[in-house]
Design a protein around this ligand. Sequence first.
Ligand code: TXA
Ligand code: MG
Length: 352
Amino acid sequence: MTSTEHAQQPDECEIRRAAELLRAGELVGMPTETVYGLAADALNVDAVARIFSAKGRPADHPLIVHLPDAAHLVRWARAIPKEAIALANAFWPGPMTLILKREEGVPDAVTGGQDTVGLRVPDHPVALALLRAFDSGIAAPSANRFGRISPTTAAHVREELGDKVALVLDGGPCQVGIESTILDLSRGTPVILRPGAISADDIARVIGRRPATRTAHAEEGAAAAEPDQPRVSGSLAAHYAPRTPLQLIPVSRLIEEAATLAGEGSRVAVLARTCPDPRDARLTWRNAPAEPAGFAHDLYANLRELDACGADFIVVEALPETPDWQAIADRLGRAAVGSGDGEAVLDLHDET
Ligand code: TXA
Ligand code: MG
């Protein structure tokens, strides 16, 4: 995190005001290290209902409850396994959500009526200050409209949901840039429901066994066979999506395919990683950082800009198929499926 990213942190007075707004049942835009959240008092069912209507999100999709620290866990979860404590100690505050059996009193509105609850302590000074001032759980999904690109700056939140929130706390651009890893510890075998910056290997190092991963494909099968599977909107095949059709193309064909589309009269925006800019005036070219942390940091801002530049297609350089790119490949794959009219070609499995 650079110092300029957090040049204008909200002061104590603004944090106090945000906490009061939450107590009054209002919605607040809250920065976290992953993406901005649309925050509400997790125990106020009317406030939680406003999150769903603001986002246009189906009411049975559960929300993550953000806590000031791990000591608050026992108020929200029961039958907490030792592995959860070890992971909380290792990774909180940080980009990891634990799915645990919910404690009595956690509203159905938050859990989507399931017997589990998603919990995390975010690693952002503004979120932590707000959580301490509020001193209870804050429900916060990403502050975007359902299915759309998650916001990583306060300006993104204002653009998308400005009319729905009482206040947006500006904590600068999010350091991580993609949503937290979601680990289900409520069913015996730990399962990663959504990959994120904390990897299966990171988790295995702490708990001494490797979590299973629920792929989109396995999930479809599992959902059909097991109707009680948790609902994870971030695991829908089409999610995190720009309005412009988006395709992933191997670097070896990137320039050629972009030029072909442009030659057919399409306006083409390119998100490249290693491919040098050919300086073709017909292409809106953007180079993203070549390593995963930097690429993730800029990903959603890049997609938003390319989506807004008036192009007919967004072409993205396909990613390496290595574990350190997995969470980003997951988001871009879903962005491709959900983009445009949803018919865009998904080309994740070409070698690069
Ligand atoms: O990084 C993040 O996790 C961000 C920041 C704001 O904390 N939040 C976020 O929230 O991504 P949201 O609502 O956009 O995604 C949360 C995901 C959803 O896909 C939801 O279905 C899943 O977490 N989830 C929440 N509670 C769950 C539960 N009890 N069981 C299974 N999945 C759950
Ligand atoms: Mg989301």
